[in-house]
Design a binder for this molecule. Structure first.
Ligand SMILES: CC(C)(COP(=O)(O)OP(=O)(O)OC[C@H]1O[C@@H](n2cnc3c(N)ncnc32)[C@H](O)[C@@H]1OP(=O)(O)O)[C@@H](O)C(=O)NCCC(=O)NCCS
Length: 277
């Protein structure tokens, strides 16, 4: 059956249907993460006339510069009927930013290539219960008065202003820490709960010493298992994960559509999450 239903902007009332569609593809029910995506992004989907959703994708626009694309899902029974491309093209047209960014599983990559995305790097996900972590003591807890400085650092490092995301971070994170320097804040790091793991990200810092120090400060108080998504341009973070007993789980391709995204990847030690960059 070919589905002709239009693409529809979803809202948080569609959250369960999104989780069900993810489960159809073996994805965990990451409710806390989806709630953030509904808050900062456009969630678009196509209804399945037989009930539930046939396709979904999230586009989080950062001003007019960059859209972060994520959660690209098509129900198994409807794959290769053009729904993925249709909902993705609609979302890119709606957000209308100069560039778009995503990380692709091997299954998603051909679809993204078919609409013009190119691979610019790789990202590996590590998780496990960290061993031998000691707080570095280079950071302090975030307070509301740090909001503007965190947003400025994030904009410089990511390469586009992510005001809604940085504003949502204090409520979303289970820990949020900043690094002070004589001229003001130079780095910040968050940890957030995802089902039975704590994700360490974003971690943004002036140099590797501060970046790894922030990771240690966050990991030292994270309960149970942690997860890190590590851009291969950060070999010292890959080494940190391996040195602390975390295991490699999977690798995704970092892909961009449109002009390269400015910013300073050398100061980005981990992203918020694969979904948001
Ligand atoms: C990836 C996914 C979203 C693709 O959705 P889809 O609706 O099946 O894709 P479409 O039918 O729109 O495909 C459009 C084009 O993408 C490419 N493509 C899509 N799936 C492909 C596959 N499995 N192998 C090779 N090419 C593929 C083809 O060029 C295709 O055009 P064609 O069918 O005319 O050859 C779907 O397979 C899925 O949900 N997979 C599981 C979740 C996942 O991995 N998501 C990606 C996360 S990054």
């Amino acid at each position: 059956m070919r589905i002709t239903a239009p693409v529809r902007r979803l809202d948080v009332g569609d959250l369960t249907a999104c989780l069900d569609l993810g489960a159809d593809r073996g994805w965990p029910r990451e409710e806390h993460k989806w709630r953030l995506l509904f808050a900062v992004g456009q969630v678009n989907g196509i209804d399945d006339p037989e009930g539930g959703l046939a396709a979904v994708v999230v586009g989080a626009p950062y001003g007019t510069a960059v859209t972060a694309i994520s959660m690209m899902l098509v129900a198994r029974k409807h794959e290769r009927t053009g729904l993925g491309k249709r909902v993705l093209a609609h979302t890119l047209a709606q957000t209308g930013t100069e560039s778009a960014l995503l990380t692709a599983t091997p299954m998603g990559k051909p679809l993204y290539e078919s609409v013009g995305f190119r691979t610019i790097g790789r990202c590996s996900t590590y998780s496990g219960t960290p061993t031998g972590v000691r707080a570095a003591g280079i950071s302090r807890p975030y307070t509301d008065t740090d909001a503007a400085a965190v947003s400025i650092v994030d904009t410089e490092v990511f390469g586009a202003a992510r005001k809604e995301l940085t504003a949502a971070l204090p409520g979303f994170a289970s820990a949020l820490r900043v690094v002070d320097a004589p001229g003001g804040i130079t780095g910040f790091g968050a940890a957030w709960p995802n089902i039975d793991q704590t994700v360490l990200g974003p971690v943004t810092a002036e140099d590797a010493e501060d970046g790894l120090g922030l990771l240690s400060d966050l990991a030292a108080t994270a309960p149970g298992e942690v997860r890190l998504d590590i851009d291969h341009r950060q070999p010292r973070v890959l080494a940190w994960a391996e040195a602390h007993g975390l295991q490699h789980r999977f690798t995704t391709a970092i892909m961009v559509l449109g002009p390269d995204i400015p910013g300073d990847p050398a100061r980005s030690f981990t992203p918020v999450m694969l979904a948001l960059g």
